[in-house]
Write a protein that binds this ligand. Structure first.
Ligand code: SAM
Ligand code: DTB
Ligand code: SF4
Length: 324
C-alpha cells in the first residue's frame, strides 16, 4: 500500500525533480523512446443514459455528436485493418452504454474482439459496467484489456456523475481483474478538480490490486452543449505532473496520453513523453472529438525521435490460457 502522504510528496515535489525521477523509473521498465500507437473505434455512439458532465455522448445534453446503434462486425474489421496498416498495435472499442448488454449485441461485441485478436492486435473494450459472467466471456474471446476509468477522486466524483457511484466503478474493475483481463483505468484532468483530487485519484489507482496495466490520462476536451463546454484547458505542466506521478507509482503500466492532444503543441506533448507517457491514440478521431491524425503524429515522432512500439500483442492470462 502506498500512503496518500507519499503520493502527495511525489506529486508536489519541484517539477524538474519529479520529471527526473519519472524518467529514471521509466527507463528501468520500458524502452525510453518507444510509444505504443492505439486506435479507437466508437462502436455504438450517443444516447447514453448516464449523466457524466464531460461527455458529449450523454443523452442529457444537446451536443453535436452522431447517434447510432452497434455497428456491423464488418465495419469494425475494416477499421481495425486500417488501424493496423497505420501502425497501431492496440484496437480499442468504445460503446456509449451504461452497462454491457446481454443478447445479440454482446455476441457481436465478442465477435469483434475475436476478429481483432485474429488480426494480431491487442483488443480493448470500454462498454460501461460489467458482471463477472460477462467478463469471463470477454476473456474467453481473447480480450487483452477492459477500459473503465475512475476519472477523478472518490470525493469529487459525485460532482461529475450522479447516475452511478465510485463503488460501482470499483466493482466493475474487480470483476475485470477476477476474470484475468488486464485493467485499463485512469482519469480526466480539467474537470474543475483540485490538486488533492488528482493526488487521491493517483493514490486509488496505485493501490488497486493488481495495479492497472494501462493508465489513460485524459485532458478534458470541452464539448459545446455539455455542462463542461466552456471549461478552460488544462495546462501541459499539470498533465505532465500527473503522468510523472503515475509513472513513478505504477512503473510497469503503460501510461497513455489520451484525450486532449489536439489542443496541445509538440512541446506540450514532448513534456508528457518525458514524464513517462508511452502510448497515444492515433487517427483523425477519438470517439467523437478531433485527434491530430497520422500525418501530424508521424511528424511529431520524427521531430522527437520516437518510434512506434513493436512487440507481440499482450494477452490477458485468461485469454492466453483459453487459446492454449
Ligand atoms: N460508457 C463507457 C464508460 O463510461 O465507461 C465507455 C465510454 S466513455 C466515453 C470512456 C471514457 O472517455 C470516459 O471514462 C472518460 O474518461 C473519457 N471521456 C469522455 N468524454 C471525454 C471528454 N470530453 N474529454 C476527455 N475524456 C473524455
Ligand atoms: C480513455 O480514457 N480515453 C479514450 C478511451 N479511454 C476510450 C476516450 C476519450 C474520449 C474523448 C472524448 C470523445 O472523443 O468523445
Ligand atoms: Fe455514457 Fe461513458 Fe459518456 Fe458517461 S462517459 S455519458 S457512461 S458514454
Amino acid at each position: 500500500m502506498v500512503s496518500l502522504a507519499r503520493v502527495e510528496q511525489i506529486y508536489r515535489q519541484p517539477f524538474t525533480a519529479l520529471l527526473f525521477e519519472a524518467q529514471t523509473v521509466h527507463r528501468q521498465s520500458h524502452p525510453p523512446d518507444a510509444v505504443q500507437l492505439c486506435t479507437l473505434a466508437n462502436i455504438k455512439s450517443g444516447r447514453c443514459p448516464e449523466d457524466c458532465k464531460y461527455c458529449p455522448q450523454s443523452a442529457r445534453y444537446d451536443t453535436p455528436v452522431e447517434d447510432y446503434a452497434l455497428l456491423p462486425l464488418e465495419t469494425i474489421i475494416e477499421q481495425a485493418k486500417v488501424a493496423k496498416a497505420n501502425g497501431s498495435t492496440r484496437f480499442c472499442m468504445g460503446a456509449a452504454w451504461r452497462q454491457v448488454p446481454d443478447g445479440p449485441d454482446f455476441d457481436r461485441v465478442l465477435a469483434m474482439v475475436r476478429a481483432v485478436v485474429d488480426l494480431e492486435m491487442e483488443a480493448c473494450v470500454t462498454l460501461g459496467m460489467l458482471r463477472a459472467d460477462q467478463a469471463k466471456r470477454l476473456a474467453e474471446a481473447g480480450l487483452t484489456a477492459y477500459n473503465h476509468n475512475l476519472d477523478t477522486s472518490a470525493t469529487f466524483y459525485p460532482e461529475i456523475i450522479s447516475t452511478r457511484t465510485y463503488r460501482d466503478r470499483l466493482d466493475t474493475i474487480a470483476a475485470v481483474s477476477a476474470a484475468g483481463i488486464q485493467v485499463c483505468c485512469g482519469g480526466i484532468l480539467g474537470l474543475g478538480e483540485s490538486e488533492l483530487d488528482r493526488i487521491e485519484l493517483l493514490h486509488t489507482l496505485a493501490n488497486l490490486d493488481p495495479q492497472p496495466e494501462s493508465v489513460p490520462v485524459n485532458a478534458l476536451v470541452p464539448v459545446e452543449g455539455t455542462p463542461f463546454g466552456d471549461r478552460p484547458l488544462v495546462s501541459a505542466i499539470d498533465l505532465a505532473r500527473t503522468i510523472a506521478t503515475a509513472r513513478i507509482l505504477m512503473p510497469r503500466a503503460v501510461v497513455r496520453l489520451s484525450a486532449g492532444r489536439n489542443q496541445m503543441s509538440a512541446s506540450d506533448q514532448a513534456l508528457c513523453f518525458l514524464a513517462g507517457a508511452n502510448s497515444i491514440f492515433t487517427g483523425e478521431k477519438l470517439l467523437t472529438t478531433e485527434n491530430p491524425g497520422s500525418d501530424a503524429d508521424a511528424a511529431l515522432f520524427q521531430q522527437l525521435g520516437l518510434t512506434p512500439w513493436e512487440r507481440l500483442p499482450q494477452r490477458s492470462l485468461a485469454a492466453a490460457e483459453a487459446s492454449g
